[in-house]
Write a protein that binds this ligand. Structure first.
Ligand code: RIB
Ligand code: CA
Length: 308
């Protein structure tokens, strides 16, 4: 039985790869894709969602909605240095007039999430791969409605490893720690896919040259362009590695045996200062299934297989 999912994302490069994986996986039915301010501003995120859908051309058009354009509290940060000016790295996708591979929702993302939670009670997995602002807004509006979601699978945080924005905090959580705190305390079943796991899955010249380039599909070509891989020099132009953070969160829903989890009680630092956005293990707090180990080889094989 295919799993119904919503993908809440801040399309950036790895979010884009996660969208390809999700729509190319028969194990999932993507009911909706919602955008949130994160890697790049919301307008770019929403445009990138449409660009990716025009590349993917899903048979079943998902509903798309714009979400929060800033965090609940604190400053807005972006990650253009990682994802490029547009958020899709060096990939160029032109939207063709009149061709719509989506159904546009007129309301905000948090309302669409709640509407679908009521429509498909206990059936929906919400995969969140950007800052958690949209989920927190929905929880503020209707916490009981949000508990109709079957589970949340969240890419975010660093639990027993170093952060990627500060030594302690990971980008999605650091971008809106208050939202993360609200989501963690919601009582909805949560699986967390932190940097502890996602730093184990990354693209290398071997995967690019030997396994992805030879596929010669629009999707394998997109991976090369979006990641800025230089086929002649056999390296990524302005970065050493491309971590598959968001695709792993999708992979964990496609095949939960790809990851090993530990149930931990977690606390998010929401106060300004050195530890802003840090996640720490506490004795009594919300129980969250945290992915600390991953079968990296098996995941990469799955990811590449779905680029066809
Ligand atoms: O820290 C990695 C996360 O932040 C990924 O979701 C990436 O897309 C950025 O949003
Ligand atoms: Ca993301």
């Amino acid at each position: 039985m295919a799993k119904k999912v919503i993908l809440d994302c801040d399309v950036g490069v790895d979010d884009a790869l996660a969208l390809i994986l999700a729509f190319h996986s028969p194990e999932l039915i993507v009911e909706a894709v919602t955008g949130v301010n994160g890697n790049v501003p919301l307008d770019s995120v929403f445009s990138n969602i449409q660009k990716m859908l025009s590349l993917i051309q899903p048979k079943r058009k998902p509903i798309i909605a714009r979400g929060a354009d800033r965090p609940l509290k604190g400053n807005t940060i972006h990650a253009h240095s990682v994802h490029g000016k547009t958020g899709l790295g060096e990939a160029k996708i032109d939207l063709r007039e009149g061709e719509e591979w989506w159904q546009k929702y007129l309301g905000p993302a948090d309302e669409l999430i709640l509407e679908l939670a009521y429509q498909f009670p206990d059936e929906l997995t919400l995969i969140a791969v950007g800052p958690l602002t949209n989920l927190a807004l929905a929880l503020k509006k209707d916490p009981e409605g949000m508990k109709k979601l079957k589970e949340l699978v969240i890419m975010g945080g660093s639990v027993r490893t170093r952060g990627n924005v500060t030594p302690y905090a990971e980008f999605n959580i650091f971008s809106d720690p208050l939202a993360a705190h609200i989501v963690f305390e919601s009582g909805i079943p949560i699986s967390l896919v932190p940097l502890d796991a996602t730093h184990q899955v990354f693209l290398t010249p071997y995967w690019m040259d030997e396994r992805i380039k030879p596929l010669h599909t629009p999707f394998s070509n997109f991976v090369i362009e979006a990641t800025g891989y230089d086929l002649s020099n056999h390296r990524f132009k302005n970065k050493d590695t491309i971590f598959l953070h968001d695709p792993l969160a999708v992979g964990a829903v496609i095949d939960p045996t790809i990851v090993k989890t530990e149930t931990l009680s977690l606390y998010v630092d929401v106060d300004e200062g050195e530890y802003y956005g840090r996640i720490t293990e506490v004795r009594d707090g919300p129980k969250i299934d945290v992915c600390l180990e991953v079968d990296a080889e098996r995941f990469l094989e799955l990811f590449v297989a779905r680029l066809r």
